[in-house]
Design a protein around this ligand. Structure first.
Ligand code: FE2
Length: 237
């Protein structure tokens, strides 16, 4: 069977979600989480889940553009193989396996202009969907945050952004309120101050979702909250 050559069409050069099975299946895992999981009886969490689902559904139906970013690692990514291994043993194994398939393409970053030195070795995040890509969306950011064992992530909040964390591997606590196990979903409303601590012996991997106005998601302006200098806490940027 002979094939007609494809004419020069810029659109033909644009990589789309359905041409990138690794990213597509990773997003299918997010979709399953937000579609099938429980809101635990919370109207606020139910509303958050529904907003994430709507934005994800638009991503699938528009066959979103893939914008490839240069892969980048950070010191904490040395803990990623262990975090994925733990994730693959538990209830979040589907997500951990899908993330393993794209691990060489992830852009790990800090997001802060000024990074407290101790934290620079113990934390980083990567986005998988959002205004910057790799899967393009202006209405939702999905990503992963990785913590080394025994990390304290200082108090912070997100102006105009509703955030959920879903535990993939490891144990962690927010505001000393509870210990969250793989599968848990934690909602942080816009402006809610939160501080994270992680277990002593194992890394912690969380998926996160950010919903907010397009201009907020395009420039989230991440800041750590100012606390007393005497505590040795970082100065906010
Ligand atoms: Fe946060």
């Amino acid at each position: 069977m002979s094939m007609t050559p494809i004419p020069d069409m810029p659109e033909a050069e644009v990589l789309r979600l359905r041409d990138a099975p690794d990213w597509f299946y990773l997003l299918r895992e997010f979709d399953a989480l937000f579609r099938l999981g429980s809101a635990g009886g919370s109207a606020l969490i139910r509303s958050h889940r529904s907003k994430v689902r709507a934005a994800l559904s638009a991503t699938f139906s528009s066959n979103a553009i893939i914008h490839r970013r240069a892969p980048a690692s950070k010191p904490v990514t040395a803990h990623l193989p262990r975090a994925l291994d733990l994730g693959e043993r538990g209830v979040m194994q589907g997500m951990a396996r899908a993330l393993r398939e794209v691990r060489g393409q992830l852009t790990w970053e800090y997001g802060y202009e000024r990074m407290p030195k101790p934290l620079a070795r113990k934390f980083a995040y990567c986005e998988v969907l959002g205004p910057q890509g790799p899967v393009r969306s202006n209405d939702l950011i999905l990503g992963f945050v990785l913590f080394a064992p025994a990390t304290t992530y200082p108090q912070h909040s997100h102006a105009g952004i509703e955030e959920s964390y879903i535990s993939i591997a490891g144990a962690w606590s927010e505001n000393d309120a509870a210990v969250h196990a793989p599968g848990s979903l934690i909602l942080n409303k816009p402006g809610f101050e939160h501080r994270i601590t992680t277990g002593e012996e194992e890394p912690c991997l969380l998926a996160y979702a950010w919903i907010g106005a397009q201009d907020r998601l395009a420039a989230p302006g991440m800041k750590l909250t100012a606390t007393r200098k005497a505590s040795g806490a970082p100065t906010p940027t």
